[in-house]
Design a protein around this ligand. Structure first.
Ligand code: SDX
Length: 443
């Protein structure tokens, strides 16, 4: 049973760590917080008030920014669970709609709950007609992530009846609107880049089928979504749904901690995800594989990835938390073969190249010593390209799928009675106080 809100703020006062300042001999007892699984935490909420010390942790390598019951990652063992369910089981047996319900509500839905949730999402997929005007303000060659940041942020200007975050009903409506409308907004960004007409959502299609139809259908002929393609798309959405307190989710939480509306918070998350060190890596992996080109050139790039003087990194490898194989990459690796076989692309050269690159990297001492394994982005791009998406849409699909994670984490924060505005401090290394110098006395 996940811990309740009450236990979050009542550390077990018997369990403490002792902090000693060797310059003064002073000592303090700091409480230990214990979760359901994973590392224990030292409660430093009163550290500055009691000791005058800050903690120092740029990049938050050792910092728990919150407590959460949504997702658990064990980086050493390569474990990922959502509300206690292993990602492998969810990818194999569940659907993205079920996972959305699970992330938002904490339990898998029964048949009636699932049908009601899916119906609510289906009937929120249309965009306000005027929002189409935003697209015409962008250049046709705009990166679709730029469009996503702009249009999702603009939802705050259209859906005023679901921006009061103190109202549980409005929080639920905003959550459903975001989950439902992201595929429509994403597909429209793609259509706009092609100069093709927008395709409206259809209520007779599943979530993944609807997205594929809006993306690839044209008015001139019927477009049938292949079941295997829809299943692969749905599985990719499941694998990208949530991932604890990653950079974009932390961005959404920090934006939300000031009371900003959920549409603006998700727009901030999209902006953060765009970076090549984060969600932008799937696009960067494809470009890297295309640059490597042949198996013969792999050693040259492995050498560059290990060269401290070369900014090149092996995209799709390494992770702040996983020091083992990313379980999502393992599922995607298997799915890659299935999808390419299904599409008659079993000899796709990029997959062959990726498998060889993975084999060589995993045998390399540098990658082993630094525990650099393939992450979720290493294989996803190969599948997405096989499904017909251009590389510029890869991070858009990541943002589409991650919206439920962002909004579930935002909801958990807003509903925590102890939540406060996030306002980190710093270690100041600038000038001490100095006198103003009039301009005619400056050098
Ligand atoms: C995602 O946080 C999440 O959960 C994110 C995510 C999610 O679902 O939300 O999982 C999605 O963002 C996956 C990561 C996608 N990014 C990439 O594939 C880009 C390539 N990877 C690296 O940029 C890096 O591994 C990070 C950004 C993913 C992690 O960076 P860290 O934790 O800050 O680690 P680091 O940069 O300090 O690296 C540790 C060492 C360094 O060497 P030293 O300075 O110790 O000598 O490993 C080296 C790095 O140089 N290293 C790499 C490398 N990644 C790390 N060397 C070569 N190639 C790489 N890919």
């Amino acid at each position: 049973m996940a811990r309740t809100t009450d236990s979050r703020t009542s550390p077990d006062s018997k369990k403490t760590v002792t902090l000693t300042d060797n310059t003064t001999g002073r000592t303090w007892e700091l409480p230990i917080l214990e979760g359901t699984l994973g590392p224990r935490a030292i409660d430093v909420r009163r550290l500055y008030a009691d000791t005058g010390f800050f903690t120092y942790d740029p990049g938050f390598t050792s910092t728990a920014s919150c407590d959460s019951a949504i997702t658990y990652i064990d980086g050493e063992k390569g474990i990922l669970m959502h509300r206690g369910y292993a990602i492998e089981d969810l990818a194999e047996h569940s659907t993205y709609m079920e996972v959305c319900y699970l992330l938002l509500h904490g339990e898998l839905p029964n048949r009636q709950q699932r049908d009601e949730f899916e119906r609510s999402i289906t009937y929120h997929t249309m965009l306000h007609e005027q929002m189409m005007n935003f697209y015409r303000g962008f250049r046709r060659d705009s990166h679709p992530m730029a469009i996503m940041v702009g249009v999702v942020g603009a939802m705050s200007a259209f859906y005023h009846d679901s921006t009061d975050i103190s109202d549980p009903y409005q929080r639920m409506v905003a959550s459903h609107r975001l989950i439902a409308k992201m595929p429509t907004i994403a597909a429209m960004a793609y259509k706009y880049s092609l100069g093709q007409p927008f395709v409206y959502p259809r209520n007779d299609l599943s979530y993944a089928e609807n997205f594929l139809h809006m993306t690839f259908a044209v008015p001139c002929e019927e477009y049938k979504v292949r079941p295997a393609v829809a299943r692969a798309m749905d599985r990719i959405f499941i694998l990208h749904a949530d991932h604890e307190q990653n950079a974009s989710t932390s961005t959404v939480r920090i934006a939300g901690s000031s009371g900003a509306n959920p549409f603006a918070c998700v727009a901030a998350g999209i902006a953060s995800l765009w970076g090549p060190a984060h969600g932008g890596a799937n696009e960067a992996v494809l470009k890297m594989l295309q640059e490597i080109g042949t198996k013969e050139r792999i050693p040259e790039f492995i050498k560059r990835a290990k060269d401290k003087d070369d900014p090149f990194r092996l995209m799709g490898f390494g992770h702040r938390v996983y020091k083992n194989y990313d379980p999502r990459a393992a599922v995607l690796r298997k799915s890659c073969h299935e999808v390419l076989d299904e599409l008659g692309m079993r000899d796709e050269p990029l997959l062959d190249l990726a498998m060889e690159l993975e084999r060589i990297a995993l045998e390399d001492e540098y990658f082993n010593e630094k525990k650099l394994f393939p992450n979720v982005d290493f294989y996803s791009g190969i599948i997405l390209q096989a499904l017909g998406f251009p590389t510029s849409m890869f991070t858009v699909l990541f943002a589409l799928a991650r919206t439920v994670g962002w909004i579930a984490q935002w909801k958990e924060m807003i509903e925590d009675p102890n939540h406060r505005i996030s306002r980190p401090r710093q270690l100041y290394i600038g000038y001490p106080k100095r006198p103003y110098i009039p301009i005619d006395q400056r050098k």
